[in-house]
Ligand binder design. Structure first.
Ligand SMILES: O=C[C@H](O)COP(=O)(O)O
Length: 282
């Protein structure tokens, strides 16, 4: 396992696979106006280092990938602002049907047509507040892949499940149900995000070593479902109260390939520092 000056590659010594770091900013239902959203995007672009400028390396896949998830109405304009920095955009959610009488829903084709490359699937807030079941999440993951986009599949245990000591069982169950029927080839376009629900928006960031153990465990589940190559190749983000203070420790872990950031992504300086993380060699 080694990293470059920008945090760089996660290199599995076992299989010679490379995992490009990926940082994602999930704005959730913020900011509340278009002008505030565009100002946030502009401020972030002024501060983030990307392969377009300071990374200074030839191969783009050695630099950190950055994705923003604005609310639906702001996606197009945010994309116009951030694309010059090599930052991409995604949708926070889609419905699994193609089109029709589904008032209030947004289809995968719609977000694809406005330039989304990623879609969040199975975020805990969708699971709990909007009753997103594993069956529905599985259908959404497949729909996102069908339209040539990349799902970021969020999994993780609740506080109660953590207290019961069943984190691994919960993660294994979610991975197997949410990825049911997804081929090994399609898995190459999937990113996982391990988000302990008790750490989301609480300020309780999971200990980096503990999170890394869960990430390693998730790879063992994937190795059984697919094979070792697939398990070592997939990128797994950590999410839950990530801050500029905690990011470097998390990114120093062997199996944490990026972060899914909520609250801190609403501050351009904080999220830029998170994207410009400094990882040390292990
Ligand atoms: O999607 C992001 C996660 O829910 C983490 O949110 P947070 O950084 O506010 O804890």
């Amino acid at each position: 396992f080694s990293v470059n000056q920008n945090g760089g590659l996660r290199t599995s010594t076992q299989l010679n696979v490379f995992r490009q770091p990926i940082m994602a900013g999930n704005w959730k239902m913020n900011p509340t106006t278009e002008s505030d959203a565009l100002n946030l995007a502009i401020g972030f672009c002024a501060l983030v280092d990307t392969l377009e400028d300071t990374c200074g390396l030839d191969e783009s896949d050695t630099c950190t990938e950055v994705v923003l998830f604005p609310p639906f109405p702001f996606i197009s304009k945010v994309k116009d602002i951030v694309s010059e920095k090599g930052v991409t955009v995604g949708a926070q959610q889609v419905y699994y049907e193609d089109k029709g009488a589904f008032t209030g829903s947004v289809a995968a084709s719609m977000v694809k047509s406005v330039g989304c490359e990623y879609v969040l699937c199975g975020h805990s807030e969708r699971r709990t507040l909007f009753s997103d079941s594993d069956v529905n999440i599985n259908a959404k993951v497949k729909k996102v892949l069908e339209f040539g986009m990349k799902p970021i599949l969020c999994i993780g245990e609740t506080q109660e499940e953590y207290d019961l000591g069943i984190t691994e069982e919960v993660c294994a169950m979610q991975v197997s149900k949410d990825l049911a029927g997804v081929s090994k080839k399609d898995l190459e376009n999937v990113v996982l995000a391990y988000e302990p629900v008790w750490a989301i928006g609480t300020g309780l960031v999971c200990d980096a070593e503990d999170a890394n153990k869960v990430h390693k465990f998730i790879r063992t589940v994937l190795a059984k479902m697919y094979d070792e190559e697939a398990a070592q190749s997939i990128r797994i983000q950590y999410g839950g109260s990530v801050t500029p203070e905690s990011v470097d420790g998390l990114m120093a872990m062997s199996d944490i390939d990026g972060c899914l950031v909520g609250g801190a992504s609403l501050f351009s300086d904080k999220f830029a520092r998170i994207c410009n993380f400094k990882a040390t060699e292990e």
